[in-house]
Ligand binder design. Structure first.
Ligand code: CUA
Length: 229
């Protein structure tokens, strides 16, 4: 069920998403201040009839209201650039996961572990368990260790897809013939849901992503179980 919490961003599960939320709030605060000030000024213009018959120019005020907004924009531009470069950092990953977009499902490869590979399809509503999330749960989840740097390689087999996990601050296009890279660090255990976010065809809405974040020893157990089967 939708609640008020769903109107904003999801709680972050990675340091980068935390920074993205801080930046969002920072930019929004500046936006609100500008909107209130300009709104107040425009509203007050309707409520007075002052006229200055001799007003032709005002060098000083024009200097001020040109330079001041430029300085305010710098307060958004510098944190934005900092985040942009931070998101691009790879930080010596300990696990690499390759995700391949298909019409209309994702397939995954753990290239570090004898190339474990599997497909991940959405569970149709009529097959969903009572505690499942409709249009969001998949048959085979990605299992990843928490508190480790993880590299994601994204590509696609047919058309452009997008591998997007809001709680981790990850959104990378999977493009046929290209290999895109990103990385993240999950700082708590849990299930993290995502969806494809490039309009990729009729079933675009039905290729969700589920990450199962587990402690490292559980991850090793999962890996060795899959290596033997
Ligand atoms: Cu794949 Cu939209």
């Amino acid at each position: 069920m939708s609640t008020w919490a769903n109107l904003g961003l999801q709680d972050s599960a990675s340091p980068l998403m935390e920074q993205l939320i801080f930046f969002h709030d920072h930019a929004l605060l500046i936006l609100v201040m500008i909107t209130v000030l300009v709104g107040y000024l425009m509203f007050m213009l309707f409520l007075n009839n002052y006229v200055n018959r001799f007003l032709l120019h005002g060098q000083l005020i024009e200097m001020i209201w040109t330079i001041l907004p430029a300085i305010i924009l710098l307060f958004i531009a510098f944190p934005s650039l900092r985040l942009l470069y931070l998101l691009d950092e790879i930080n010596e990953p300990s696990v690499t996961l390759k995700s391949i977009g298909h019409q209309w499902y994702w397939s995954y490869e753990y290239s570090d572990f004898n190339n474990i590979e599997f497909d991940s399809y959405m569970i149709p509503t009529n097959e969903l368990s009572t505690d499942g999330f409709r249009l969001l749960d998949v048959d085979n989840r990605i299992v990843l260790p928490m508190n480790s740097q993880i590299r994601i390689l994204v590509t696609a087999a047919d058309v452009i897809h997008s591998w997007t996990i809001p709680a981790l601050g990850v959104k990378v296009d999977g493009t046929p013939g290209r290999l895109n890279q990103t990385s993240f660090f999950i700082n708590r255990p849990g299930l993290f849901y995502g969806q494809c976010s490039e309009i990729c065809g009729a079933n675009h809405s039905f290729m969700p992503i589920v990450i199962e974040s587990v402690p490292v020893n559980y991850f090793i157990k999962w890996i060795s179980k899959n290596l033997n089967s």
